[in-house]
Every structure is written in C-alpha cells, then in structure tokens.
Design a protein around this ligand. Structure first.
Ligand SMILES: NC(=O)c1ccc[n+]([C@@H]2O[C@H](COP(=O)([O-])OP(=O)(O)OC[C@H]3O[C@@H](n4cnc5c(N)ncnc54)[C@H](O)[C@@H]3O)[C@@H](O)[C@H]2O)c1
Length: 346
C-alpha cells in the first residue's frame, strides 16, 4: 500500500489551504480520496485558488477565531496540516505583533484543539530559513540551529517547532516538522510580500526589469511545490516521520542572476535586470539544504528539475493571467525593490 492510500476516506484539516502550498496539498489530498476541510482567512490568498473538487469544504476564517476552530474540529479531522501563517520575513518586520499572534498563538490554538479532539497526526509547516541562521555550515543539516535569527517571522516559525515539541513530549501528540526551502510553483499569486519567483515572472510578463536585491551572486535552494506536497503527504502518513524535523528542499543551489535571466528568456522580456539595495534582514548569501534525513526517513526524493518547474509556473501564469493581475497586491510599502518596480508599471 502506498502512503497516498492512507488518506482515502480520512478527514484532513488544511489550514492555509487557499495559499501557495496549501492549495496544491488540498488538491492532492482530494485526489487521494480524503475529505479535506480548508480553514483560511484569505488574508494573503484568493478564494479561486482553493480547488473546487468533490470532498473539499472551504471554511473562511482566522486560525485565532475559536468559533471557526470549533467549526472545523467538529468535523473530527484525523490529520492536521497547519500551513496558515503570517507570511513572511518583510511582512513580519513591518507587522511583528500580528506575526506573533498568527504564527505563535495561532499555532498553539491549533495544537490545543488537536489534543482535545484526538488528532492522530499534526504536521507543522516549518521553514529552513527560520532555523539555521546565517553562519551554519553547508549543506544545512537538521542538527544545527541558530538563536540569531533575522526577522520576527523566523523567530515565530521556530517557536512553532518548539511548541510542537512541547505538545509531543507532554501530550504525546504525533507531530512532524518539515522545513521547507523556497517553495515555488503554480498557485502562488505575486505580491509585495511574496517570494522572488512569482514576482519576477509577474514583472517579466509586464515587460519590467527584474529587481535583484543584492549582487545576483546569491543562491537559493528552490523547491518545486509538487515535491514539497509529496514530502507533506509522506509526513502525514508514515510512522518514521513522527516527532521528526527534516528539510524538504531540492538539494541544489540556483544563482539569483541565473534565475532572473531564465525568467526573462522564457517570457521574452527585454527589460533585463536592475540591482537594488539588499534588505537588512536578508543576511543569507547562500541557501543549500541537505535532504539526506528526509530521504532516509520517508523516502523523499524531489524529482522536478528547475527548468521543468519554472516552465509549469510560467504556464500557470499565462493561463490565469487576468485573475493573477487583478489579485497581485503591491501596496505602498516597504520592500524598496518591489516598490520601485510597482511605480514604474503604474
Ligand atoms: N513558500 C515558502 O517558500 C515557504 C518556505 C518555508 C516555510 N513556508 C511555510 O509554509 C506555509 C505555507 O506557505 P505558502 O507559501 O503557501 O504561504 P501562503 O501565504 O501562500 O499561504 C498561507 C495561507 O494562510 C492564510 N492565512 C494567513 N493568516 C491566516 C490566519 N490568521 N488564519 C487563517 N488563515 C491565514 C493565508 O490567507 C494563505 O492562504 C506557511 O506556514 C509558511 O510559513 C513556506
């Protein structure tokens, strides 16, 4: 029996199921025959991104709202994937209190309701950038952690892991803490606080220069969302995952300059790139994760090449351009790089 078969006829709660990763996870769970309850307040996502499929129930609401929590836990989920979060670094620098409420208190509430209702597995969306700091040896391995983090988001994501460990030790809740690295793929709508790849594709399709905040020599370990979803399905079903933390990454580095050039080539954008100031919290010049532990524990093996993943993402942008363009939010703000390009395009 495959790990995917575990989900057949299971009730599964996905918080943040309208988001970039959650919407893809929801689709895969529904395809596997699960009854999926999505709890999302749509604060950083769109209703149309929630898959309309048989077996998917959408509940609009905040993870801090106890009425909504009672509503979704009334469905008696066996497995909880807690992906809702105040996203991400720059947003948390601008709004540290909201970050603490959603990522800190929101996670504690989810853990409490999971214990009260005898949830059998709680999977917490952790983050590689929130654990290893800026001076860990490469590739980043799970044994290392840093207390010198550079944004409130990183602090509250680590806090989430620490609370998961407490609920595991004290209440024997079966927690799993996969650490994602730079997810990208279909389902992520660009915006002021979003990741580099959707924003680069957006600007490229609008014929604008791509803003690189740094030298372009920086690297990231970009992970295709389909591979992260596969890791999550394994995390929610396999015994070996219980109590563990492990990286879900691609295990390969991509230079930001190469990424920008690939996107400009693939979209026919002639506007090139432009360099802007590095953001103060952005202290990591390289990111490269070891995926040995995830491979050994749960057989995780990312199989989407970067070229293929980028191709799928651009195709998703092209097929959904009108609604992506009207949903993309670039307010007056904050990320200087994004603000400059936004001004150019209006
Ligand atoms: N995308 C990445 O590269 C990455 C990397 C590391 C970790 N993660 C973690 O993975 C998870 C999913 O990331 P994503 O990229 O899909 O982000 P996302 O912002 O697209 O999804 C998060 C979802 O949570 C919802 N949400 C936010 N606050 C909420 C609240 N108070 N109540 C209910 N819903 C709320 C948003 O509307 C959104 O749909 C997050 O927990 C994130 O911290 C993501």
């Amino acid at each position: 029996m495959s790990y995917v078969d575990n989900y057949k006829d299971q009730v599964v709660l996905v918080t943040g199921g309208a988001g970039a990763i959650g919407s893809n996870l929801t689709r895969s769970l529904a395809e596997a025959g699960a009854r999926v309850i999505v709890l999302d307040d749509l604060s950083s996502s769109e209703r149309w991104n929630v898959p309309s499929m048989p077996g998917v129930l959408f509940v609009e609401g905040d993870v801090l709202d106890e009425v909504k929590l009672k509503r979704v836990f009334f469905e008696r989920p066996a497995v909880v994937f807690h992906l809702a979060a105040f996203f991400a670094n720059q947003n948390s620098v601008d709004h540290p209190e909201r970050d603490l409420m959603v990522n800190g208190m929101g996670t504690v509430r989810l853990l409490e309701y999971s214990v009260f209702t005898n949830v059998t597995r709680f999977v917490f969306a952790s983050s590689g950038c929130s654990i290893y700091g800026s001076s860990a040896p490469f590739p980043l391995r799970e044994e290392f952690m840093s207390l010198h983090l550079s944004s409130p988001y990183q602090i509250t994501k680590m806090l989430g892991e620490l609370y998961c460990n407490f609920f595991n030790n004290h209440y024997a809740l079966q927690v799993v803490k996969p650490r994602f690295f730079n997810s990208y793929g279909p389902g992520e709508v660009p915006g002021q606080y979003r990741n580099m790849i959707p924003n680069f594709i957006y600007w490229a399709m609008k014929g604008q220069p791509l803003p690189i905040t740094g030298t372009g020599e920086e690297t990231r370990d970009f992970t295709y969302v389909g591979d992260i979803v596969d890791g999550l399905l394994r995390a929610g079903a396999m015994e070996a995952a219980i109590g563990q933390e492990f990286n879900l990454a691609s295990g390969a580095e991509t230079r930001i300059m190469d990424l920008a050039n690939m996107i400009n080539d693939a979209t026919g954008n002639k506007a090139g790139i432009k360099f802007t100031q590095r953001r103060k919290w952005d202290t990591k010049s390289r990111l490269l994760a070891s995926i040995d532990r995830a491979r050994d524990l749960i057989g995780y093996s990312p199989h989407t090449s970067f070229e293929q993943g980028l191709h799928n993402t651009i195709e998703w942008f092209q097929s959904n351009w009108d609604r992506i363009e009207s949903a993309a939010r670039f307010g007056p703000g904050v990320s200087a790089a994004v603000r400059e390009v936004a001004k150019l395009s209006t």
